[in-house]
Design a protein around this ligand. Structure first.
Ligand code: PGA
Length: 252
């Protein structure tokens, strides 16, 4: 059986002192939850090292929100996978729709990032999702198929076992419009079938597929209880400890 995983994508929010306060609240609150759900926080780069120290001896895992695909070198302003690993990250969000849309990341770039992360022993939270236009003009499934096939190109089944896929319909991110549990389940099932075709049935059954897009305490349980939804990637609602903790609790 797959375990649920709830990750908080802080995006560009919280300075150091705000981050310390939020992490402390999450850490204290999680001790009172009796859940099997794995919790991950993904704060901004500048907070990661402090976060790793604060999270020692807690069950909360640490992730980053992005990285460069090269190992090192003249890439001003960029951060490498091994740097993230060295400050205590276990995960890294890759291919988020904001990276794709605002920073022009292509499937090829995201594939390179997935590969470099795995090489450095970081686990990608690999994001895919269609826009509203793609959903409405009937190209949703082909868009997702290309994102997944190209994003996972030359990644072995063994490597895939370290990847979490996050399905985040772009139209649901930060908009308050969540996919209904049925809509989300349909796509998660489609993604799992795609993985079964690209790899094996066993790989597909083991793959953790999170849902993301306006996940809140009041809709998390219904979404996560769908058979192919294995947790959530949470934006807005992860910026306060109580709502993030409630979503973790909803994961059971
Ligand atoms: P949201 O963001 O929960 O604020 O919609 C989700 C995400 O972008 O990962």
């Amino acid at each position: 059986m797959r375990n649920n995983v709830v990750a908080g994508n802080w995006k560009m929010n919280k300075n150091l002192s705000e981050a310390v306060a939020l992490i402390s609240d999450i850490k204290n609150g999680i001790n009172n939850l009796e859940v099997k759900t794995e919790a991950i926080i993904c704060p901004p780069f500048v907070v990661l090292e402090t976060a790793a120290t604060l999270l020692k001896e807690s069950n909360v895992k640490l992730g980053a929100q992005n990285m460069h695909f090269e190992e090192s070198g003249a890439f001003t302003g960029e951060v490498s996978a091994s740097m993230l690993k060295s400050v205590g990250c276990e995960y890294v969000i890759l291919g988020h729709s904001e990276r794709r849309a605002i920073f022009n990341e292509t499937n090829d770039v995201i594939n390179k990032k997935n590969k470099q992360a795995l090489k450095s022993d970081l686990k990608p939270i690999f994001c895919v999702g269609e826009t509203l236009e793609e959903r409405e003009n009937g190209t949703m499934k082909s868009v997702l198929e290309v994102q997944i096939t190209e994003g996972l190109a030359n990644i072995t089944e063994d490597e895939l076992s370290k990847i979490i896929v996050a399905y985040e319909p772009v139209w649901a991110i930060g908009t308050g419009k969540t996919a209904t549990p049925d809509q989300a389940q349909e796509v998660h099932y489609f993604i799992r079938s795609l993985i079964a075709n690209l790899y094996t049935q066993n790989a597909a059954e083991k793959l953790i597929i999170q849902y993301g897009g306006s996940v809140k305490p009041n809709n998390a349980a219904e979404l996560i209880s769908q058979p192919d939804i294995d947790g959530a990637l949470v934006g807005g609602a992860c910026l306060q400890a109580d709502s993030f903790l409630e979503i973790i609790k909803a994961g059971g």
